[in-house]
Ligand binder design. Structure first.
Ligand code: PRP
Ligand code: ADE
Length: 170
């Protein structure tokens, strides 16, 4: 399925100069939503995934769906101050700002195989911080998968050595 017609460009959001990739047209279409989820799962070569890590907040849309299909657990990585139990954190820069991400210290066991999922790979700051959090807990990042990879922002440079997959590249 061609997912491109379901992605809407919004210019100057959330800041001047940014072209925001809006995935809500894809989400509201039943066929596109189901096909996108299936294709994200099909891109995973190794199917022995223990945990799917989704990134606050748009990463939470598909990550639990993927986890359920793979019989894996879902782990939320959240923006600072949102997780209730003991956490570790990583600060990072993204296309239009900076922030801190956190994960629960008991979310991943040593040696577990982890799929990192988010909707968009832009500058790679977010995904790189998530990989660091997973590895600090002893997890192995098997793949980072995204709906959209904005290749012109060179995010893959921050994810050297990781298997990066996306439904759409711009
Ligand atoms: O590759 P990067 O430059 O780091 O950018 C990618 C990140 O930016 C967006 O999240 P955002 O922080 O806007 O939060 P949201 O999901 O809550 O909208 C997107 O969902 C990714 O998580
Ligand atoms: N251009 C963009 N569109 C949507 N999400 C993003 N996250 C970072 N950059 C983005």
């Amino acid at each position: 399925m061609d997912f491109e017609p379901y992605i809407r460009d919004i210019e100057n959001f959330p800041k001047p100069g940014v072209v925001f990739k809006d995935i809500t047209p894809l989400l509201k279409d039943a066929k596109a939503l189901t096909a996108a989820c299936q294709t994200l799962c099909d891109m995973i070569v190794k199917h022995d995934i223990d945990k799917v890590v989704g990134v606050d907040s748009r990463g939470f849309i598909f990550a639990p769906l993927i986890a359920s299909k793979l019989n894996a657990g879902f782990v939320p990585v959240r923006k600072k101050g949102k997780l209730p139990y003991t956490t570790i954190s990583e600060s990072y820069e993204l296309e239009y700002g900076e922030d801190t991400l956190e994960i629960h210290t008991d979310a991943i066991q040593k040696g577990e195989k982890v799929l990192v999922h988010d909707d968009v790979l832009a500058t790679g700051g977010t995904a790189s911080a998530v990989c660091k959090l997973v590895e600090k807990l002893g997890g192995e990042v098997v793949q980072c998968n995204f709906l959209i990879h904005l290749t012109f922002l060179n995010g893959s440079n921050k994810l050297n050595g990781y298997d990066i997959k996306a439904l759409l590249e711009y």
